[in-house]
Design a protein around this ligand. Structure first.
Ligand code: GRF
Length: 202
């Protein structure tokens, strides 16, 4: 299974996928890494010898034009799957339409709880006793696509946003690597959600 991973930041989830794909038994390969910024995580692509591309929103006069260029850069690699791992942009509708359902995202909360860019902070602020990680198919909404897999993470009384996010990321890396493995092995189906089908939260 060939994968393009999109990042915006530190790339620890990307690194987990890169490390997994060094195992000959792991049936997925990261073939390129994309970003919207000079993400520090791009260093992992270099370290693992994986090509990287950056498409800066500021270079375009509209979100749609930025999305079209990002899509062109992604599709030139003909990936089987695109993984958003800490990618902090909303993909324009044309990009989602072209890639989904072979387009997944990892989110540091138990969706539909705490969608958006500040999920960990929001869970803490809400006094949640438990939050977690969700890997889901990306649709046109923000963190609203069909859930593929979730895992809970406890919130501790002395947690800061950072300590809680770090504990979430430990679970997240494992959940994402496993989800990609299950997709590669057809144990996890990337089917767009139909109103009549139950939400797959296995
Ligand atoms: C991850 O927890 C991701 O779910 C969230 O931001 C974090 C990115 O971490 N959107 P990294 O860039 O993979 O280290």
């Amino acid at each position: 299974l060939s994968i393009v991973v999109l990042i915006s930041g530190g790339g620890s989830n990307l690194r987990a996928l890169l490390e997994a794909s060094t195992d000959a038994q792991y049936p997925a390969r990261v073939i390129a890494v994309g970003s919207d910024t000079d993400a520090s995580g791009l260093a992992f692509a270099e370290e693992f010898g994986v090509p990287a591309f950056t498409v800066y929103p500021s270079s375009f006069d509209s979100r749609a034009a930025w999305g079209d260029e990002l899509l062109a850069q992604i599709t030139q690699w003909s990936p089987d799957l695109v993984v958003c791992a800490g990618f902090m942009r909303i993909l324009p509708p044309r990009v989602v339409a072209a890639l989904s359902p072979n387009l997944i995202n990892t989110h540091p909360a138990l969706l539909p709880a705490f969608p958006g860019a500040h999920a960990v902070r929001d869970a803490l602020a809400a006094g949640a006793l438990q939050t977690g990680v969700t890997v889901h198919i990306v649709d046109e909404g923000v963190d609203t696509g069909p859930v593929l897999v979730q895992q809970a993470v406890e919130v501790r009384g002395d947690d800061t946003e950072n300590s809680l996010h770090e504990r979430i990321k430990v679970v997240e890396r494992e959940l994402l690597v496993q989800a990609v493995l299950d997709i590669a092995n057809n144990r996890l189906a990337l089917t767009p959600n139909h109103p009549d089908s139950p939400r797959s939260s296995t």
